[in-house]
Design a protein around this ligand. Structure first.
Ligand SMILES: *Cc1c(COP(=O)(O)O)cnc(C)c1O
Length: 358
């Protein structure tokens, strides 16, 4: 059987060279005589893999010296708790509610302090991202949290809000897909299973001056300062996940880095949106200004046709196009590892389906 084009929102398709390299090294990594999964995380053979992954991510994102890079467990969701636990000194924070994950992050933080949702598009089924100009920020807020790409609704922030509080960003579904000016953020975090590697792993980039302010009740394992001092190894890290992440970083460098990926991602998204804007059958659901380049959401307006389309597409090797259960319709997730050819094949398939079903 051939590999399919997998449009899953996450865990999602990995780059083929990454999988092939992992396959080649599965039994014996280099001259170690063992698999990466069997190595001590404290051994030199493993810490070399770890250090290289950190160095490559620093390089790819041009992460300044004054930021720490951590590889943590528990996915992005664990950080919904870790963020207030580490940052709430004044016990108040601002959140922008631009989607389901943003909402969950805000709800979780309410356990630890006063949370002000300063803007929300929840009432409009998150079809857009709230305007960042003219927001009123909370005096003395410890941070402002945003979800830069909304995976479920297919929207993205086109500008960043200008709060004086550190900006904390859930970048799970957009990290490494476009250039980010890291210096504008206090914290960037991302579950790995969209653009980086296997699930259960979370990359966290944090400005060093934000370390060391954790609440007394903060579990040690969630304390970023503890993890920074331990090089992400306060306990046994997800060694295999970090190794695959490292392979993805090397692949990205070979592809020409983030700037090159951004160009390709703009091209891929344009192929789909241009078709959708002119389609007699399919309609895009996100407001044009805020369209995501990673998750393209669309509907036919008829639930039966949607289901028929998803089924027929899967038969043609274009899988996991069903939209999230909360919105219905379709969603094509086109992260870094989805090649232009996969998107072209999808558009061709949609044209054909439209001819037969419009
Ligand atoms: C997928 C996703 C999450 C959840 O990630 P987990 O690793 O499952 O915790 C959080 N935020 C965003 C924006 C996501 O896309």
């Amino acid at each position: 059987m051939d590999r399919v084009y997998n449009f899953s929102p996450g865990p999602s398709q990995l780059a083929l060279p990454v999988l092939e390299k992992a396959q080649k090294d599965l039994l014996i990594y280099g001259d170690t005589g063992m698999s990466v999964m069997e190595m001590s995380h404290r051994s030199k053979m493993y810490t070399d893999i770890y250090d290289q992954a950190v160095a490559d991510l620093r390089d790819l994102m041009a992460i300044p010296e004054e930021y720490e890079v951590l590889f943590l467990q528990g996915g992005a969701t664990q950080q919904f708790s870790a963020i207030p636990l580490n940052l709430m000194v004044n016990k108040k924070a601002d959140y922008i509610d631009s989607g389901n994950f943003a909402h969950l992050a805000a709800e979780e933080s309410k356990r630890y302090g006063q949370v002000n949702v300063i803007a929300s598009s929840r009432e409009d089924t998150y079809a857009y991202v709230p305007e960042v100009k003219g927001l009123s920020f909370t005096e003395g807020a410890d941070y402002l949290h945003i979800t830069q790409n909304n995976t479920i609704y297919g929207t993205r922030f086109v500008e960043l809000p200008e709060s004086s509080a550190p900006l904390v960003c859930d970048a799970s579904s957009m990290i490494l897909s476009e250039k980010m000016d890291v210096a504008r953020y206090g914290v960037i975090y991302a579950g790995a299973q969209k653009n980086i590697g296997p699930s259960g792993l979370c990359v966290l980039i944090v400005r060093k001056d934000l370390l060391g302010h954790a609440m007394e009740i903060c579990p040690k394992l969630l304390n970023w300062e503890v993890q920074a001092k331990a090089g992400s190894m306060y306990n046994t890290p997800n060694t295999w996940g970090i190794y695959i992440a490292g392979l993805t970083f090397q692949w990205l460098k070979e592809m020409g880095g983030v700037a090159e990926m951004e160009k390709i991602n703009i091209e891929k998204a344009a192929l789909l949106y241009d078709f959708l804007d002119n389609s007699q059958l399919f309609k895009p659901t996100a407001q044009a200004k805020y369209r995501s380049r990673m998750n393209v959401t669309f509907v036919t307006g008829d639930a039966e046709k949607d289901a028929a389309f998803v089924k027929a597409a899967a038969g043609a090797g274009l899988v996991n196009l069903k939209g999230h259960r909360s919105v219905g319709g379709m969603r094509a997730s086109i992260y870094n590892a989805m090649p232009v050819a996969g998107v072209k094949k999808l558009v061709e398939f949609m044209k054909q389906f439209e001819k037969e079903n419009a």
